[in-house]
Design a protein around this ligand. Sequence first.
Ligand code: NAI
Ligand code: MG
Length: 497
Amino acid sequence: MSVLTVPSTYPISSAATRQLQRPLFGHVIDGETVASLDGGTMSVIDPASGEQIATAASGTAADVERAVRSAREAFDDGRWRFLAPIEQERRLRRLASLLAEHADELADLDVIDSGLLRMYAGFIVQFAVDGVEYYAGWPTKLHGSVPAVPNEFIVRQVREPVGVVGSVIPWNGPTAGAAFGIFPLCAGNSVVLKPAEQTPMSAVVVAELALEAGIPPGVLNVVQGTGESVGAAVVSHPQVDVISFTGSVETGRRIQAAAAARVKRVCLELGGKSPSIIFPDADLDTAAATVMMGVWGASGQVCTCNTRVLVHESVYDDLLDRVVDGSRGLHIGGGFEPDVDMGPVVSAAQLERIQRYVQIGRDEGAELVLGGERHGDRGYFHQPTIFASVRNDMRIAQEEIFGPVMSVLTFSSEDEAYRIANDVEYGLAAGVWTNDLNIANRASRALRVGTVWINTYQMVYPSVSYGGVKQSGQGRNLGEASLDDFTQLKSVWTKVA
Ligand code: NAI
Ligand code: MG
């Protein structure tokens, strides 16, 4: 296996350079970083150049079998779940500290893997650190309860881990995805983590740091490879008790159907078509700047992107002018280049998907007011693209594109705004821009979504639950409610003689 050369134009940390010199980003099974049993590999592509930058293992069901067996054994012998809770906390905190020490390295790898701008990658890694720190506090706080029952009995309801959690994660924010995979450890579970095939690198580093932090071998395993082979094998494995998945609705449906065969619990975070609703009294400067950030940040590849911008007719022209003017001069380039506002999208396939949707928007008769083309001919860049006069029944208003494409719609009354906002199969998030307290309160009730942001957007914090309604998914990430997804209650009855 050849060692690829790192382009000298990358201003990356020496630790990240060392990582890129690994011959293979392998699986992590039973505490060892290993190749696939059949020797299978896949290329790690830098979306800014379209070139191969490293090699990762690409596994099969046989590798999943090894990883699940390891996770199961670790669970059954209690090497992690029977450690004293305070000791579990200590080790998870050590992991958060190690992630923080390796933050630059992980952010550099995320840029090369996914095309994020370095600044965003830094935020995302910090979010991963904060998340692990937050969950590190839970082992001593997982209380059961003692319900009221007739006097001759005592009942304890105990909160137990579910067993082996299969975490299938996407490519947008690879280190954060890996961190989300680790959170179930706080309840004593074992984990088999399946990174996206586009972004295999940081999960290996995270799993190795978990070992260094004292999370015992086998408790956290990583299996690399495609969704069709490795992902599907994790989902259907009889010894995997719960599936935690983030990604597309189509794949989420397939996973839920496969899980149904074993009545397996699934937690699904499936993206959205989130509206930002701008009322006439809003602070238009802030609203315009924030909706631009919401779609151009990460090149539109965040599940909560406000890709439907709903503007009251009285401020529609004003707002549209601000957004078009503000977006026209954006600098497009690789994540490490200075003064770049928008990076590439993750892959050639994603770029093609965006181009397909732009054509759909044109064919549907939406008014293309900015962009619409691929940017350059190297790597996977697309211009920031704005469609105006979009009707909500157009596909570009209904379907998740996952690229830098904004649809601008108009409304004339508050009720119409909520009707349009809710008239979509998704229900992940919504933004509301108003200084009228009553509108803000009515909107927060009317919107059928998992998160409402009022005069802000895309805020997340580890203590705040996050997830969707309707086809945006089920279950919750983050916050106390997420514990319900990877723990289960056992009721223990005792007769008092
Ligand atoms: P995807 O949903 O197919 O992939 C996400 C993860 O699921 C990856 O790890 C993949 O390997 C795995 N996977 C795929 N098929 C599987 C199967 N049958 N069983 C088990 N695991 C499977 O998303 P993809 O193909 O990368 O992107 C397509 C579209 O999905 C994007 O354009 C975007 O609209 C949406 N998406 C949404 C995300 C979000 O955060 N809401 C994240 C990634 C993609
Ligand atoms: Mg797919």
